[in-house]
Write a protein that binds this ligand. Structure first.
Ligand code: NDP
Length: 475
């Protein structure tokens, strides 16, 4: 029933948007049409400071053993000038440029030219050509889902090289970490700038573009919804998953190799970070088709936020724990290590099980069992722009009865575990949990604002039935 109604709505949207492509018809999607001063101030802040924040974190590790306060204190006390820090920073090298170009080219080849074979032999895995959600202009894009395959091939080659080919040292990523940062920035800015120009002059789908008239906002949040080159090279899918997320586990492996080289052993904390983040990355690729329906792909446009973020922010800041452990090889006591492992697995379980419950509930229109029982839900309705009424259901049992975004809570528990693996000596490895909390709380509020305008009084009934957002009894 629900699936039928959603389909009807999709058809309706398709028809509606193909006709006009106006603000009204796109109102439910993605970023804003009008820019308020707060949004503008935030994006200007991020455009100016996000690259500096990344540099500051990486430089602190390279020059100050990962202390975030020492560089500032040195500058404030006059012990150092900015130029001293800058002069000690490795510059862009031909070697790094070569490694990075080869890496990105390799990922493009895997993405574009090797159709998925994993779905042919892995039971339960959804790969190959899949459809995304309906775009505001009523387009249903097709995607070649082959991220798991790209991840496997890349990692098999990595281990083959480390074990017997020996073409390059497994510490190669760590050894070129700052020169590679400049390469990642060049790609991040190039792709965002290209996406902006493309949005103006040759968009993939003109009706899926949004222009606010504010250059900085459009540059940051993107103009095109799904920029593509040719039929298959989709900017969002490529940059969201590869090269950044495929690289995540390789970066961690390189950090582990560096520990081995420097100290003759890999600490249990490093192993934990590799395992827990490895599970998260594999989950991403195993569920790549499902990610086509998440907010990143369904609502966000492609601009600097995604382009630069995927190239620089993600690989450099999501891997801070591994980097930190190269400089501080923490060997955890068994109880501490076990605690981190249990917390990490618990977080992952909640994250995956919660997402799965909603997916199952929506896919079957409620004809399923959640924790062995018939699901409980709130019937709700909403009206499309032409005044037609549609019906949907909001799950209120299972994890969705505990809180309205318990999937985010699971994600946060897992993120905390990565940080706790690094001990308590420095704040730097805890950046990840701080950042994820801000990201997911903001995302939760953004999503609820959208759902509230979509479902109206039914959303109020739902929030009365499930009063907490992330933590039952607290928030
Ligand atoms: P969700 O998967 O939570 O999707 C939210 C949508 O689900 C709502 O807009 C609504 O859509 C529907 N919905 C809300 N409540 C219910 C309910 N009770 N029953 C049925 N449907 C409901 O959000 P995201 O796409 O943001 O996140 C997906 C996952 O990705 C999360 O686990 C998150 O932690 C993770 N993530 C990780 C990031 C990272 O950097 N590591 C970044 C972002 C996300 P509708 O209009 O259809 O009703």
């Amino acid at each position: 029933m629900a699936a039928h109604q959603e389909k009807k709505l999709s058809e309706e949207r398709k028809h509606q948007n193909m006709q006009n492509g106006t603000k009204a018809s796109q109102g439910q999607w993605g970023r804003a049409w009008e820019v308020d001063w707060f949004s503008l101030a935030s994006i200007l802040f991020l455009l100016m400071f996000a690259p500096l924040i990344v540099y500051y974190f990486i430089m602190s590790c390279a020059q100050y053993q990962c202390s975030l306060t020492d560089p500032l204190l040195d500058l404030l006390r006059g012990n150092k000038h900015l130029s001293d820090i800058w002069n000690r920073t490795p510059m862009l090298t031909y070697r790094a440029a070569g490694i990075y170009s080869l890496w990105v080219t390799f990922q493009v080849v895997l993405y574009m030219y090797i159709p998925d074979f994993c779905h042919k032999f892995l039971p339960g895995y959804v790969g190959g050509v899949q459809e995304g959600a309906v775009t505001p202009a009523g387009v249903v894009n097709k995607y070649e889902i082959n991220g798991l395959q790209a991840w496997i091939i890349t990692h098999v080659l990595w281990f083959a090289n480390a074990s017997f080919l020996h073409f390059f040292s497994p510490t190669i990523i760590f050894d070129n970490w700052i020169p590679l940062l400049w390469c990642a920035n060049i790609l991040g800015y190039a792709v965002s700038t290209f996406a902006m120009i493309k949005g103006y002059f040759f968009p993939t789908n003109a009706k899926d573009c949004k222009f606010t008239g504010n250059f900085f906002y459009d540059y940051m949040m993107g103009i095109e919804f799904n920029p593509r080159i040719g039929k298959w090279f989709d900017f969002k899918l490529f940059f969201n998953g590869r090269p950044g997320i495929v690289a995540w586990t390789l970066i961690n492996l390189s950090f582990a190799a560096k520990q081995q080289e420097l100290y003759g052993e890999v600490t249990n904390s490093m192993i934990l970070v590799n395992i827990l983040q490895g599970i998260y990355v594999l989950d991403f690729f195993w569920n790549e088709a499902w990610y086509l329906k998440t907010i990143d792909i369904c609502h966000d446009h492609f601009g600097w936020y995604l382009g630069w973020g995927d190239c620089v922010w993600l690989p450099y800041l999501y891997t801070l724990q591994g980097l930190y452990l190269v400089y501080h090889p923490v060997q955890l006591r068994t109880a501490h290590a076990l605690g981190v492992l249990v917390l990490g697995l618990l977080g992952y379980y909640i994250f995956r099980a919660t997402n799965h419950q909603k997916d199952l509930f929506r896919r079957t229109g409620g004809s399923c069992r959640i924790w062995g029982r018939k699901p409980e839900y709130i019937e709700c309705s909403y009206t499309s722009v032409d005044g037609a009424r549609y019906y949907s259901k909001l799950l209120t049992s299972g994890f969705w009865g505990w809180a309205r975004h318990f999937n985010y809570t699971g994600d946060l528990i897992g993120s905390l575990a990565y940080c706790l693996a690094c001990g308590f000596e420095h704040i730097l490895p805890y950046f990840y949990i701080i950042y994820m909390t801000i990201l997911l709380v903001h995302r939760c509020l953004r999503d609820e604002h959208r759902c509230s305008s979509k479902y109206g009084k039914d959303w109020k009934r739902y929030t009365a039935a499930v009063p907490y957002r992330l933590l039952p009894g607290i928030f």
